[in-house]
Ligand binder design. Structure first.
Ligand code: AP5
Length: 216
């Protein structure tokens, strides 16, 4: 299965991707995670990306495309992948088409997780993430069993630097201006799938799986 998860910041792309990787045995490839790892490592690429991420803007296409091209060549991505947070604008979508055309493994679907903007601010200000295994929790809606400790691997949880009200507002604006046109783009290609992303997380996973059955 080769799919893209689409949706505003906080819509639940990472949460649902984590549920799908074990179900389908394919990796979640999150450009946000790859960029945060580059920032933490202090690499030149990370230093270039950091300013845009702190400002709630998109990192340059050149940086992101280089990272994605390399990641898609790894062994675990040969049997399929869940792209989370990529593509993020029309130019990245066209580049993805070109990349996949070379491998004769075209994209099969783009699944939109649809959530009203007023829900997103509270979700993101309450998010807690595990640096070790990528599990996602929420102070308000799905707290870990032990405070600040990952239920899955026992490591410490952290609050993302860009999950503050000012940067969230900018990320939502960037989504509206640059990423939301992808909904029409994938619809025109006959690839768009969609679920409502509000309510019980496991019920949303079931709705996601039902949509994905259409392309399995
Ligand atoms: P990225 O890491 O991709 O962040 P994002 O798109 O803003 O998405 P999030 O990770 O914030 O949200 P999510 O949809 O995964 O939600 P989650 O499941 O965690 O990007 C960060 C930055 O990197 C960008 O701003 C940009 O600078 C750069 N970047 C990344 N990709 C790029 C690209 N391709 N090009 C250029 N720049 C790029 O859920 C959120 C919270 O809600 C959690 O606490 C969760 O527990 C909770 N939650 C989830 N579902 C529910 C539910 N149903 N009910 C209640 N709570 C829920």
């Amino acid at each position: 299965m080769r799919i893209v998860l689409l949706g505003a910041p906080g819509s639940g792309k990472g949460t649902q991707a984590q549920k799908l990787i074990s179900e389908y045995g394919i990796p979640q490839i999150s450009t946000g995670d790859l960029l945060r790892a580059a920032v933490s490592s202090g690499s030149e690429l990370g230093q270039k990306a950091k300013a845009a991420m702190d400002a709630g803007q998109l990192v340059s296409d050149e940086i992101v495309l280089g990272m994605i091209e390399e990641r898609l060549q790894e062994d675990d991505a040969q049997k399929g992948f869940i792209l989370d947070g990529f593509p993020r604008n029309l130019s990245q979508a066209a580049s993805l088409d070109e990349l996949l055309a070379k491998t004769e493994q075209p994209l099969q679907g783009a699944l939109l997780i649809d959530v009203d903007y007023d829900v997103l601010m509270k979700r993101l200000t309450g998010r807690l993430s595990c640096k070790n295994c990528g599990a996602v929790f929420n102070r308000y809606t799905s707290p870990p069993k032990v405070e600040n400790t990952c239920d899955k691997c026992g490591n410490e949880l952290y609050h993302r630097a860009d999950d503050n009200e000012e940067t969230i507002g900018k990320r939502l604006k960037t989504y509206e201006d640059e990423t939301s046109p992808l909904i029409g783009y994938f619809q025109d290609k006959g690839l768009l799938l969609s679920v409502q992303g509000v309510g019980d997380i496991d019920e949303i996973t079931n709705a996601v799986k039902a949509e994905l059955q259409k392309i399995a």
